[in-house]
Design a protein around this ligand. Structure first.
Ligand code: 5RP
Length: 223
């Protein structure tokens, strides 16, 4: 699996050209993309500016000598490469397994060309087996949890090291165990309209290209 992640990370880095503003995703697959960009900056003199989607990726990019800017210091991002947790045949996706969904969606929103890099296991017929992350403000989070529970969404607060996980944006994450999401767009609208929800992990119709790694090699799907 790690080998596939590295392969797609390296493949995605081929789309990066000097002069670009590049969005750097978060997670174990995006990690390899960022490593390859770092190598190209160092060995090939690639000249880019990057914006990142998490503090973890910022630390990695800084270590690699990739110049960074904040999202508000750029008008738009030329290309963003990120991982995903599930992708359905209509290219709706779930993201946020790494807890960075809010920053990831903000960066994706200002991005011209948005690429996901995944291994074959992430390509599914229907979203929902992966728990849907929902980022919520801390104020009123228990009531929001009860609201999701009453709706039958089987919520759990995300935890890390035995404590409630707090995102880079200082919010909590409630994971919804939905099993099957019948209509991702309708669910997204519902969550968008729920007070206290800052963002959710449904990334519907946002991606432009998916690079998939599997036993038969790398395939690139244009959306
Ligand atoms: C982080 C994410 C990741 O991109 C997603 O969870 C995929 O991660 P990985 O490549 O480690 O499987 O959305 O918030």
């Amino acid at each position: 699996m790690t080998a596939f992640k590295e392969l797609v990370g390296i493949e995605a880095a081929k789309y990066v050209k000097s002069g670009m503003i590049v969005g750097l995703g978060t997670g174990s697959t995006a990690y390899y993309f960022v490593e390859e960009l770092g190598r190209r900056v160092k060995e090939e003199g690639l000249q880019i500016t990057a914006v990142t989607t998490s503090s973890v990726t910022s630390t990695q990019a800084t270590r690699l000598g990739i110049p960074l800017k904040g999202i508000d210091e750029v008008i738009s991002v030329d290309l963003t490469v990120d991982g995903a947790d599930e992708i359905d045949p209509s290219f709706n996706g779930i993201k946020g397994g790494g807890g960075a969904l809010l920053m990831e969606k903000v960066v994706a929103t200002y991005t011209k060309e948005y690429i996901w890099i995944v291994d074959e296991s992430k390509m599914v017929q229907q979203l929902g087996a992966f728990k849907l992350p929902v980022e919520v403000v801390q104020y009123g989070a228990e009531n929001l949890f009860r609201h999701f529970k009453a709706k039958g969404y089987q919520p759990t607060f995300r935890e890390k090291d035995g404590k409630r996980f707090v995102t880079d944006m200082q919010n909590f994450i409630i994971d919804l165990d939905l099993k099957k999401i019948e209509n991702p767009k309708v669910l997204a609208q519902e969550l968008d309209a729920t007070v206290g929800v800052v963002e959710h992990g449904l990334f519907n119709g946002m991606v432009n290209k998916v690079i998939v790694g599997g036993a038969e090699g790398v395939r690139t799907l244009d959306v």
